[in-house]
Design a protein around this ligand. Sequence first.
Ligand SMILES: [Zn+2]
Length: 272
Amino acid sequence: MPTGKYPRKPLSPEHREKIRQALKGRVFGYKFQKGHQPSVETRQKLSAVQTGRSLSPDHHAKLIGRSLSPEHRAKISAAKRDKPSGRKGQTLSEAWRKALSDAHKGKPLTAETKQKLRAGMLGKPKSPEHREKIAQANRLPKKRRPTVPNAMTRLKLSLASSGANNWNWKGGVTRFNDQLRNNHTYNKWRAAVLQRDGHRCVLCGLAKGWNEEQQKKIILDADHIQPFALFPALRYELSNGRTLCRPCHHQTGTWGARPMYRKHNLKKGPTP
Ligand SMILES: [Zn+2]
């Protein structure tokens, strides 16, 4: 069979009538013709056929990235010019409006848009509700920029005035023992011990502060059951701490520097 173009013969009126009859009632294959407005039923049928359908992956891939020719676009543009949008007069559902609002949140308005909004509002009296809203907004404290610098800046600031960089630097005179006992970890450990023991001496039960019976002020210490100096690993163990009043603390075998000089005592364990 030779290949090539075969000019199509015009169909006879009978033939056309046959085709028309055969296609009657079928939505499939419907073609829009220029200037032709399908009837409401046809449109409903067309819509029903398309509802729930999605494009095949191949079809989708074909459409994506396809750009219309400038002439095509100009035609579409010309056809739409000065015509109301297809959605004119429709009210959007609450959910839809919320979605639109969320999508635009945080986007800065262009100067042009702001100018338009302003022009639209100018000279119009505001409703009492609107005025009340403005008044409410003005009553709120003004939003401030966060003034806390980021972690890196804080570290730099800290280093810039630490140690030898500090105006009060005396050349490293803090005793090693004081350094150990005045750090954040130690303070946290001490607070945790006192908290756990309810701010009372675990031996005599006295509470912190002025004691009417003894006519003296009670000071509470966080005692290390296994001595601080000899058990570095237990220094910040909550279970190695107990709350003692000063007198009870002084009576323990491990108070102050005693264990440093009487290590043999420790073999029997700490004395209460
Ligand atoms: Zn006590």
